[in-house]
Ligand binder design. Structure first.
Ligand code: IPE
Ligand code: IPE
Ligand code: MG
Ligand code: MG
Ligand code: MG
Length: 306
């Protein structure tokens, strides 16, 4: 079918309301919106399309939720922000597909299912990841806001994903596995700010960027949330239940990696995560009850079991 016969983007039905929703409902909405956008954009068919859709399903959709919810907080409708929410989930899915490859973490299980290279093969996993990354940029160009703000969205997504963001953090994480001296706390904080933090920070400021509003409160909320999220990931790696987590655990100690838990101890890591979340929530106090779902998200991040 020629390209021009497709509508430009997936239409988000029944969700134009800007009223606040409870966290669980808002996450469910984000899941539906993101899945609808991605299935529409990827289309049906070959192994590559199937692997891309497979890789983008089954997660918590926290980054997509953050994008939609911070948009709502700035009176931007779900349908206007949906392409940005789908873009960040596509970027995240690509990062996980590549993270699981034999040359990286060599994992067989993700979200309770075989990893993409296990279900298909390594070449398909590399290419599905590549295509998901390209798709993220294609989608973010469809966010409905003035063109100069859309350009800022695209540029900041590239920065968050690349050498100074997620990929740079992944590189530092891999290097740390073979380093002769374990990383210090400050080095781990810097590494995680890239590896996990950059995409979360971007998600949390989507609404402010689209609205041309002040990003500072969301930068701080996103930064703290990202760091607390990774501390929780490190805690889960030690104390979690692999069935609930849907992935292999105890990997960090096996790999001899310094983590927040190895450096701060379990109680110290929990305390640090709680302090970060309290500070993140404080930053949202000017938004009052309208920010409740974002506050509940922050609390969920450190209480989660998967
Ligand atoms: C897992 O992220 C990888 C890290 C960045 C630690 P999530 O825990 O958000 O993964 P899904 O999307 O819910 O599977
Ligand atoms: C993955 O970090 C982070 C990215 C994919 C950017 P981890 O390797 O710690 O994540 P899990 O534990 O495999 O989910
Ligand atoms: Mg990894
Ligand atoms: Mg991994
Ligand atoms: Mg981990």
């Amino acid at each position: 079918m020629p390209e021009t016969s497709h509508p430009r983007q997936f239409t988000v039905k029944r969700i134009e309301s800007l009223n606040a929703r409870p966290f669980a409902e808002a996450v469910q909405l984000a899941r539906e919106v993101v899945e609808g956008q991605l299935v529409f954009a990827i289309g049906a068919g070959d192994d590559l399309a199937q692997a891309m859709i497979y890789a983008s399903r089954g997660g918590k959709t926290l980054r997509g939720f953050l994008a939609l919810e911070t948009a709502r907080l700035h009176s931007i409708s779900p349908s206007a922000a949906a392409p940005a929410a789908a873009a960040i989930e596509a970027m995240h899915a690509y990062s996980l597909v590549h993270d699981d490859l034999p040359c990286m973490d060599d994992d067989d299980l993700r979200r309770g299912q075989p990893t993409v290279h296990r279900k298909w093969n390594e070449a398909t996993a590399v290419l599905a990841g590549d295509a998901l990354q390209a798709l993220a940029f294609q989608l973010v160009c469809q966010a409905e806001c003035p063109p100069e703000r859309r350009l800022i969205l695209v540029h900041s997504l590239a920065t968050a994903a690349g050498r100074r963001g997620m990929v740079g953090g992944q590189m530092a994480d891999i290097a740390a596995e073979t380093a002769t001296t374990p990383l210090t706390l400050d080095q781990i904080i810097a590494l995680q700010a890239g590896k996990t933090g950059a995409l979360i920070r971007w998600s949390a400021k989507v609404g402010a960027l689209m609205a041309g509003a002040e990003t500072a409160p969301f930068d701080i909320y996103g930064e703290n949330l990202g760091l607390a999220f990774q501390i929780a990931d490190d805690i889960l790696d030690v104390t979690g239940d692999a069935t609930k987590a849907g992935k292999r655990l105890n990997k960090d100690a096996e790999a001899g990696k310094a983590t927040f838990v190895s450096l701060l101890g379990l109680d110290g890591a929990r305390l640090r995560a709680t302090q970060l979340i309290e500070e993140a929530c404080d930053r949202l106090s000017p938004y009052g009850a309208d920010a409740q779902a974002l506050i509940d998200c922050a609390r969920f991040v450190i209480a989660r079991e998967s």
